[in-house]
Design a protein around this ligand. Structure first.
Ligand SMILES: Cc1cc2nc3c(=O)[nH]c(=O)nc-3n(C[C@H](O)[C@H](O)[C@H](O)COP(=O)(O)O)c2cc1C
Length: 324
């Protein structure tokens, strides 16, 4: 039977928006795992309706299920709530046994967010990857990548100018390795693929007062553009699923990302596209898959053998345990 320590370590392999790592696990008995929310780690501006929190919960549940399968164990959802209440578990999971090893188990430690430019392209022959619970449709035409990069830049800029959004994002950014939480949580500049000079530049430009000043001069949008990174990708991997439930979508998101990793495709989500109706409609129009909801869109491409995965910024497994 997996130990508490092993399960907590598996939980650190999961993903969360802005890497806030909002969940804590409790083990009231050998057969039950409870998932609590740390309310200090919510994103009231970026995630006001808790959509990202629910998707992150789905991703955590899927991560645990996959990691535990490697030891012949499994989990079933007894209850998973759509909302979080302080001091109450958001999910109750039951431990099961006799589960075969998940085909994606080996990808858990290989997956990571790559946010830099791609230096080479990979030709993607099959434009559709389907599996249990999700579909990935690849958009590979340069014109599609260009269109989506422009829409993304517009949406990104619109969000950055919403009251409180930039300040909240900035509070989760780690611009220097001397930041006490550099290797613990949030987005450090290594995970954002920024050089030392770029990191310094970003720490200045993204300060609210300076960003507003640059916005008045009409310079801010170009400075935060991700068009270069998006257009250098080999494809946009659009993850779709049939369920309308965000927790199911989070599970599909994690499985699809691990599937991309298995295909040696790396990259990062462009979640803001799913937070903006016109952007979502435009991506939807480009797809052949109909009747499924877009969970997320990742820009993906290959990385050279010499590329070294950055050290993941994560809380320790001890910090993942729920403390009253
Ligand atoms: C619901 C959700 C939304 C996310 N949105 C974005 C995004 O818009 N851009 C991005 O670069 N990463 C996004 N991510 C990825 C996380 O930032 C990333 O997984 C986390 O920082 C952990 O880092 P790692 O992927 O390198 O392990 C998202 C993750 C989740 C679960």
């Amino acid at each position: 039977m997996m130990t508490k320590e092993q399960i907590l370590k598996a939980a650190t392999l999961s993903i969360s928006a802005h890497n806030v790592q909002p969940f804590r696990l409790a083990f009231p008995s050998d057969s039950e795992i409870l998932v609590y929310v740390d309310f200090q780690r919510l994103l009231p501006v970026g995630d006001p309706h808790l959509k990202d929190l629910r998707q992150s919960l789905g991703a955590l549940i899927e991560t645990l299920a996959i990691a535990m399968s490697a030891e012949g164990e499994g989990i079933e959802i007894v209850e998973a709530k759509q909302t979080a209440e302080q001091g109450q578990p958001m999910a109750r999971l039951k431990r099961t046994s006799g589960v075969p090893k998940d085909v994606l188990a080996n990808q858990l430690t290989r997956r990571f967010s790559y946010r830099g430019k791609f230096t080479k392209k990979k030709s993607i022959q099959n434009h559709l990857a389907t599996s249990d619970g999700f579909t990935i449709e690849f958009l590979t035409k340069p014109a599609d990548l260009k269109d989506v990069s422009q829409i993304f830049d517009n949406v990104n800029y619109r969000f950055l100018t919403l009251p409180g959004y930039l300040e909240e994002l900035y509070s989760w950014m780690r611009f220097s390795s001397s930041h006490p939480k550099w290797s613990k949580d949030g987005l450090n500049t290594e995970s954002m693929s920024l050089s030392g000079v770029e990191a310094w530049g970003a720490s200045v430009v993204l300060k609210k007062s300076i960003f507003d000043f640059l916005a008045k001069l009409g310079m801010a949008k170009a400075l935060v553009s991700e068009a270069g990174q998006i257009q250098s990708a080999s494809a946009l991997a659009v993850i779709l699923c049939k369920s309308h439930n965000d927790i199911d979508k989070g599970r599909a998101f994690m499985r699809a990302w691990l599937t991309l990793t298995e295909m040696n495709l790396f990259g990062a989500p462009l979640s803001l596209l799913t937070d903006d109706k016109p952007a979502l409609d435009l991506v939807q129009k480009k797809l052949n898959t109909k009747g499924q909801e877009i969970v997320n869109v990742l820009r993906v491409g290959p990385l050279g053998d010499s590329y070294k995965k950055p050290a993941p910024a994560r809380l320790s497994y001890q910090e993942m345990e729920w403390k009253k």
